[in-house]
Design a protein around this ligand. Sequence first.
Ligand code: DHB
Ligand code: FE
Length: 281
Amino acid sequence: MARLIGGLGTSHIPAIGGAIHKGLQQEPYWKPFFDGFPPARRWLDKVKPDVVVIFYNDHGLNFFLDKMPTFAVGAAAEYRNADEGWGIPTLPPFRGDQDLSWHLIESLIDRSFDVTTCQEMMIDHACTLPLKLFWPIGDCPVAIVPVCINTVQFPLPAAARVYALGRAAGEAINSWDSDKRVAVIASGGLSHQLDGERAGFINKEFDTEFLASLVSNPEWATQFSIHELVEKTGTQGIELLMWLAMRASLTAASPTVRMLHSNYYIPISNTATALMVLEAA
Ligand code: DHB
Ligand code: FE
């Protein structure tokens, strides 16, 4: 059977792509953010996953407001990104793992998660940036299975539902008939709000409590409704749902996790950025 080795979480911001492109990693503005990544890369270099399942939210590249699935799973042989109008360089296509995609889709639907299956799927900055941050050099060495969770158009799935989805995804990975090593990635958050009266809103206190809960009390955030989470983290801070799915999937691998590394830095653009590496114990 496949092995679920651990999970990583990171924020995604289009400007990160521009900073990578322009080689600004050591500039004072960017350094505290990029300096978080070498320990995560060293861990990945050691554990060498073959495939990653990425929980992320599309921002209008693949799904627009006219058709918005709550949960969508990629089942493509390759995934392309595109210019989103923010000056992020377009990257070469990312390789899919269709065998894991279909196993995941069948397992999730079998457990009453009626996911949208995507045999073609464009991936935006939320999917590509974590891959570029974790594997900065050359082509991405891992195959991917993107899992898109709607956090852009209401109604959004409840935190408890996202947790259950993550858990079911973890169980599916564990039961995949393969000798491959799988890691899970969460892309999004933490607190940020890009528009409206509270534009620029950040809540360090809540973020800190949320990050701590992921280590030892992973269901903690499921006590909050979507509106409470938006109130506490901002309209885009709700992307923390990805972290919940990632952490929930690890419960299928082991009862506890080891937190190997974390970083938290405010702000990059309008966002409180976070990074975490969790190993299945
Ligand atoms: C920003 C953050 C995001 O999560 C995003 O998708 C786009 C922009 C920002 O802070 O600029
Ligand atoms: Fe985002």
